[in-house]
Design a protein around this ligand. Structure first.
Ligand code: GH3
Ligand code: MG
Ligand code: MG
Length: 373
């Protein structure tokens, strides 16, 4: 992105933030409407001077001055929101300013056969974009009624004879280009807001889905997810092993160094194990200071090597907060899935192996059905 575009974007973001400070705790919907208000006011800042210049060129001073005033009100609409804290007030003032000018334009041209009449379509569109369907319906009624009344009351011709009406084509073309440009930009603004909303929704959904399967403290999978992964492996009749890992004498860490250090130890252990396992394995917190590791497609020798590496890695963990404390160690029990049994039966056998590892003196991994590793 070119530096100038980046600088413009930064300035734009700062302006939006000024109009809608974070401290407001705005809902995403409110933030979207306020951003739209800022965008349409910027559009007004772009178009109004062009039209002011146009009418000045043809010396229609009756239009130049009112348009200038209406333009100031429209451009200031975000500030009106900033100080009134009411999007309805800012929206209605913006639309009233535009509508009043367009109506005045009809008066000046003597009928709705005025280059500005096409702009009546903008009022209900703006009301919808700025968050109120009720206001849009009201503006639909107001603009159409105003058009009919303007025709009935002014239909006999020009009220103020002005030189420009001798050559109206330029004014019509200019006005129609402005109106079609504005409607296209309105749609772009709405489309952008819609896309941003979908993007936010997608991120929120992904976050929720991720939170639902993660353990809040350690960030590894939670019990529900890891157990469901085991069921899935069991349904697929895959060959797999489960390993229950339990921190040794963990209670002592809590009792001597406090719960916070205990939490930190759990986090560091989880990160270390996660770092060692392969892509195909699945690791999660089973509860308390117990973790469950699902080893897929692993032969016995491979599993032994991996678990030994994990055991050594935990024993080698350096945690500054536990400097003068015995090193963390883990015990583990491993069981290989037997076709026909349930996943929870495999976990139970792993638990028995874990119990054997504890009984045999801790800091070791025992494979169910085998002697001490
Ligand atoms: P063993 O070697 O036999 O496993 O002994 P242990 O002390 O590790 O086991 P025990 O079951 O006696 O104690 C487990 C402790 O884990 C007790 C509980 O307070 C602590 N614990 C469980 N969940 C958490 C947690 O989320 N954070 C912290 N800090 N401690 C936890
Ligand atoms: Mg323990
Ligand atoms: Mg335990």
């Amino acid at each position: 992105m070119p530096a100038a575009t980046r600088a413009f974007k930064e300035r734009y973001k700062r302006y939006v933030k000024y109009i809608l400070p974070d401290t407001e705790c705005a809902s995403p919907e409110q933030a979207m409407v306020v951003t739209t208000l800022v965008n349409v006011s910027l559009l007004a800042a772009l178009l109004v001077p062009a039209f002011v210049l146009e009418y000045a060129l043809v010396q229609m001073w009756r239009l130049v001055v009112p348009l200038f005033v209406a333009g100031i009100v429209m451009v200031a609409a975000p500030l009106i929101y900033r100080f009134s804290r009411s999007i309805s007030v800012a929206r209605e003032i913006f639309i009233v300013a535009l509508f009043s000018f367009k109506l005045w334009e009809c008066v000046v041209f003597g009928d709705v056969v005025s280059p500005g009449a096409v702009w009546f379509i903008a009022m209900p569109l703006l009301a919808i974009m700025l968050g109120s369907v009720r206001s849009a319906v009201a503006w639909l009624l107001i603009t159409n009624t105003a058009m009919i009344l303007a025709h009935l009351m002014l239909g006999n011709g020009v009220v103020f004879p002005i030189p420009s009406t001798e050559n109206p084509h330029f004014l019509y073309i200019f006005s129609h280009i402005g109106a079609s440009f504005s409607v296209a930009v309105f749609l772009l603004i709405v489309e952008n807001a819609r896309r941003r909303a979908f993007q936010r929704l997608k991120i929120a959904n992904e976050t929720i889905s991720d939170l639902a399967i993660r353990d809040a403290l350690t960030g590894v999978y939670n019990r529900r997810h890891i157990v469901s992964e085991i069921s899935r492996a069991e349904d697929a009749a895959d060959s797999f092993s489960v390993c229950l890992l339990d921190l040794d004498h963990f209670k002592r860490i809590n009792d001597n160094l406090g719960h916070a250090v205990g939490d930190l130890a759990l986090q560091r252990v989880a990160v270390a194990v996660q770092d060692e396992i392969r892509q195909s394995d699945c690791f999660g917190r089973y509860g308390g200071e117990e973790f469950l590791l699902l080893l897929k497609d692993a032969d016995l020798a491979g599993s032994k090597q991996l678990l030994e590496r994990i055991r050594e890695r935990i024993e080698a963990l350096e945690i500054a907060e536990m400097e003068s404390f015995p090193r963390i160690t883990i015990s583990g029990g491993v069981a290989q899935y037997r076709p026909g049994e349930s996943g929870s039966e495999t976990i139970n056998r792993a638990d028995q192996a874990l119990y054997a590892a504890k009984a045999a003196g801790r800091n070791r991994i025992i494979f169910e059905g085998a002697d001490q590793q």
